[in-house]
Design a protein. Sequence first.
Length: 260
Amino acid sequence: MNENVLACITAYYPGPEFENICRIISQQTGLLLIVDNSVEGNLSSQGINFSPNTLVVCNKNEDAISGALNTALKYARGHDFEYLHLFDQDTVPPADITGNLIPAFQTDPKAVIVSPRFLNSSTNFPGRVLLNINKWKVKNFWPGADIGIVNALFTISSAALIHIKRVPRDMFYDRRLFIDNCDVDFCLSLRNEGFEILVDTSVCVIHGIGSRKKGGGRWSATNYSPLRKQLSAKNRMMIWRRYRKNFPGYILNDFFCVPA
């Protein structure tokens, strides 16, 4: 168990597999913080058998995903944890994920986030990693095997391990983005400060990235509601305006390559 690690799961009406996911994560970290984003805030009364090192806090979906992630950041800083390991409620982590990701920080003193590679539970394709080549050039990459540690432009929040001691204390997730792209914005803001984002491809997790349809391909469209797609498009344009000068390669790639 890694006592200096706070794990956090954002919960929003989770399914029956949630209890087992919580058990796997709580066995690896000093404390598991579950941010209950259900409107009623009644997760703790649903009869789930949480481990003793689990704390459930009610957020009532205030600022949605961004609000839950900021709750975790504040708790980790306030209780002097060294690392913060973030998870979505549908991410299936291996039993040793936290301990296997920590050593990657030793390879780069500027690294503030280390993430695993992903296998999309819907499409069975590897998750995309956007390699950072230079200001104007990025490369789409789908790692299906261990090729070591790579420098990524950003990573999704689920299964991301954050080195809290290296992240400036005034950095938070942008509450205006609510859900989509709040993790992209957080990573790019860190990169603006000279920090690095790493993906350790020796570690793999199963996660339903983008809620894509079963049997879809690498570029299959997301299976979101029209309202969610509208919100996602709005947030993407905010990101484009915010980082058009420092990350033009990312914006060009996002405009031409990523399906709605």
